[in-house]
Design a protein around this ligand. Structure first.
Ligand code: PRP
Length: 184
C-alpha cells in the first residue's frame, strides 16, 4: 500500500510488490543454476537499480555474490539518442576473469546498456550478462541481449521500485504508471 498523496499521482499499478518479489525469486533460481560453482559480481547501475539489486542479491543463496556500483549519465538530449554515456562513478573492482552480471531496473531505448556492456566487456571479464527487471520492447532503439528480464511492459511513463520522475517515487514498492497531470 502506497501513501494516499502518492496514489493520486498514479493512474495504474502495473506490478505489485508481490509480483516483483516473486519474479525476482524466479530469476534468482535461474542465476543459481547458471552460475553454479562460480562467483558472480553484480554490477548495479545507480540510481534506478538500487531496489532490484538489493532484493536480487538477498535472494541469491547458492552462489557467492559480490556487489559493485556504477553511475552513468548520457551527455544530454542529443547524445541520449547517440548512446554516448559518461561515467560518473566507476567500479572499484577489477573485472579481469570475473563473471559480471549487470543489474538494471529498466531497458528503455537500450542505449545505456548497449554502451555499458561494451565498456565492461573491454575490461577482460570472463563473462558479461544482463539482468533487467523491466523492458519496454516498443521503446527499443537497439536490441539488447538481456539474459534475465523480469517483465515486459508497455511504453508508458512508469515510476516506483527505483524508477523516478524528477527523483521522486523511487521508494514506491510497486511499479505504476505516472498520471499525465504530474509531468504535463
Ligand atoms: C534509466 C535506467 C537505465 C536507463 C535506461 O536511468 O536506470 O539506466 O535509464 O534507458 P535506456 O535504455 O533508454 O538507455 P536514468 O538515466 O533515468 O538514471 P537513474 O537510474 O539515476 O534514474
Amino acid at each position: 500500500m502506497e501513501s494516499a498523496d502518492v496514489t493520486a499521482d498514479l493512474t495504474e499499478v502495473l506490478l505489485t510488490e508481490d509480483q516483483i518479489l516473486g519474479r525476482i525469486a524466479e530469476i534468482a533460481r535461474e542465476i543459481e543454476i547458471d552460475y553454479e560453482g562460480r562467483e558472480v559480481l553484480l554490477v548495479g547501475v545507480l540510481k534506478g537499480a538500487v531496489m532490484v539489486m538489493s532484493d536480487l542479491a538477498r535472494e541469491l543463496r547458492k552462489v557467492d555474490v559480490e556487489m559493485d556500483w556504477m553511475a552513468v549519465s548520457s551527455y544530454g538530449q542529443s547524445t541520449k539518442s547517440s548512446g554516448v554515456v559518461r561515467i560518473l562513478k566507476d567500479l572499484d573492482t577489477d573485472l579481469t576473469d570475473r563473471h559480471v552480471l549487470i543489474v538494471e531496473d529498466i531497458v528503455d531505448s537500450g542505449l545505456t546498456l548497449s554502451w555499458l556492456r561494451e565498456n565492461l566487456e573491454s575490461r577482460g571479464p570472463a563473462s558479461v550478462e544482463i539482468c533487467a527487471l523491466l523492458r519496454k520492447p516498443d521503446a527499443a532503439k537497439i536490441e539488447i541481449d538481456a539474459r534475465y528480464v523480469g517483465f515486459e511492459i508497455p511504453n508508458e511513463f512508469v515510476v516506483g521500485y527505483g524508477l523516478d520522475y524528477a527523483e521522486r517515487y523511487r521508494n514506491l514498492r510497486s511499479v505504476a504508471v505516472l498520471a499525465p497531470h504530474v509531468y504535463a
